[in-house]
Design a protein around this ligand. Structure first.
Ligand code: TRP
Ligand code: MN
Length: 451
């Protein structure tokens, strides 16, 4: 029987991947300040997302979780947020139209700042300095001073998340996401490309469908679902002090919610069953996710489901596999079978990015579009074989025209990486590659007989 949960009960458990804050007093002050600020999201919204995810777990909807590997304090502008949203909307419209089921849209946005690291320090020449842990902790400049964790950054991350979320809400409810603007979401650098043309064709079909509905007497003007979307926020719940400071009791239900984002996930490096991260997330009412790698075994997954979703609430738990293109099919199948047999209603999502990362001959951390697609293909095959629903994808992308991942419709080469390699962490798909991926995923799922 687990002991009583409180927002601070995680503090009695072993905790990994926390920064070495130089001064406990400064940290306390920053966290206290955040705890006094308004919540970023509301419990009712987190419940709406959970209901939408319940539809995914039942095979009636698809999850698109997408955004930056790590948000940046430097890349913080209306442009940046709008472009990211634009590619997410384009991908969502492609998926929704092609699959014929709703797409649940969740951004890695408005709080995705903290990064786990495989090593606490890195070598720069002869110097050993603390690793970069995301802008919420320290500065990426490779000097000892820049890498000292600074608690003021926690406060800055809160404020940036609040402004980002404000703009996301404005764009999604204020006309930008209107289905009648489906043509207008095309960026210039995408429009002329093959995937851009394909998108234009689909947009024209949607226009015709809307006109057809109007002709049939449907009042499209006054149907708000055609003019607005819900884009939910999510990030890795890594810095537990920060998450605790934004955890609030819902006045309606009395339950506790982590109001830093609608959905939180636990990373591959912090998912110890007896660790602080699972202890913390088991007690909040938000929908939660957990990344699972190729070495994950059946016993572990069943205990994980039991720990995070003992009441077996559909939509509460999303398992995000990140196994690698070569391994996913064989590694995932026994997990699908065991979780289904145990009667746990999870959402299965595919992160095709993180286990397909390598360093190119140019020295850039990169990923190849073909490997990303191959992992999704293996994921879909595993689901087809086990009779389960390949519920969604979890990808790292940006709306900008970066050159960070290889391949895709314009077949980026190693020599191109140096052009516009801007990420503060992992390589992201650019807008064209994102759109390309959406078409390819829809085709994979349909050709597997799912939709
Ligand atoms: N509200 C619906 C949805 O979210 C339809 C919709 C409106 C939509 N604008 C959109 C879908 C933009 C995808 C992208 O599914
Ligand atoms: Mn990443």
């Amino acid at each position: 029987m687990p002991s009583t949960w409180t927002p601070t009960s995680w503090r009695a458990f072993p905790v990994v991947q926390q920064p070495d804050w130089p001064d406990e007093g400064d940290l306390e002050r920053a966290l206290k300040q955040i705890a006094s600020y308004p919540p970023l999201v509301f419990a009712g919204e987190a419940r709406s997302l959970q209901n939408a995810l319940a539809q995914v777990s039942a095979g009636n909807a698809f999850l698109l979780q997408a955004g930056d590997c790590a948000e940046s304090f430097d890349d913080f502008s209306a442009n940046n947020i709008r472009e990211k949203l634009r590619v997410i909307l384009q991908m969502a419209v492609v998926l929704t139209y092609s699959l014929g089921v709703p797409t649940v849209k969740v951004g890695r946005i408005a709080g995705q700042f903290a990064k786990p690291r495989s090593s606490a320090t890195e070598k720069i020449g002869d110097l050993e300095i603390p690793s970069f842990r995301g802008h919420i902790v320290n500065d990426p400049t490779p000097t000892p001073a820049a890498r000292i964790p600074d608690p003021d950054r926690l406060v800055q991350a809160y404020h940036q998340s609040a402004s980002t979320l404000n703009l996301v809400r404005a764009f999604t409810k204020g006309g930008f996401a209107d289905l009648s603007r489906v043509h207008a979401w095309t960026q210039e650098f995408v429009g002329s490309s093959p995937e851009g043309q394909r998108y234009e064709q689909l947009a024209t079909e949607i226009d015709r469908a809307l006109r057809f509905m109007r002709a049939c007497g449907v009042d499209t003007e006054n149907t708000s679902s055609l003019h607005e979307v819900d884009v939910y926020t999510s990030h890795e719940a890594l810095l537990l002090g920060y998450e605790e400071a934004l955890t609030r009791q819902d006045s309606l239900t009395g339950g506790w919610y982590d109001c830093s984002a609608h959905m939180l996930w636990i990373g591959e490096r912090t998912r110890q069953l007896d660790g602080a991260h699972i202890e913390f997330l088991r007690g909040v009412g938000n929908p939660v996710g957990c990344k699972i790698g190729a070495a994950t075994d059946v016993d572990y997954v069943l205990e994980l489901c039991q720990a995070l979703n003992p009441a077996r609430v559909p939509g509460r738990l999303t398992l995000i596999s990140r196994m690698g293109a070569d391994k996913v099919e064989d590694a995932l199948r026994p997990l699908l079978r065991a979780v289904t047999d145990a009667g746990h209603p999870v959402v299965w999502a595919c992160d095709p990015m993180h286990a397909n990362t390598f360093t190119s001959t140019s020295g850039h951390k990169t990923r190849h579009f073909d490997d990303i697609l191959r992992e999704i293909s293996g994921f879909v095959n595993a689901h087809r074989a086990e009779g389960t629903w390949p519920g969604g994808i979890h990808v790292e992308l940006t709306g900008d025209n970066v050159t960070e991942c290889l391949g895709g419709a314009d077949d980026l080469q190693v020599a191109d990486l140096v052009d516009r390699y801007h990420t503060v962490c992992d390589p992201r798909l650019n807008a064209r590659q994102g759109l390309d991926l959406a078409f390819a995923v829809a085709e994979l799922i349909r050709s597997s007989g799912f939709a």
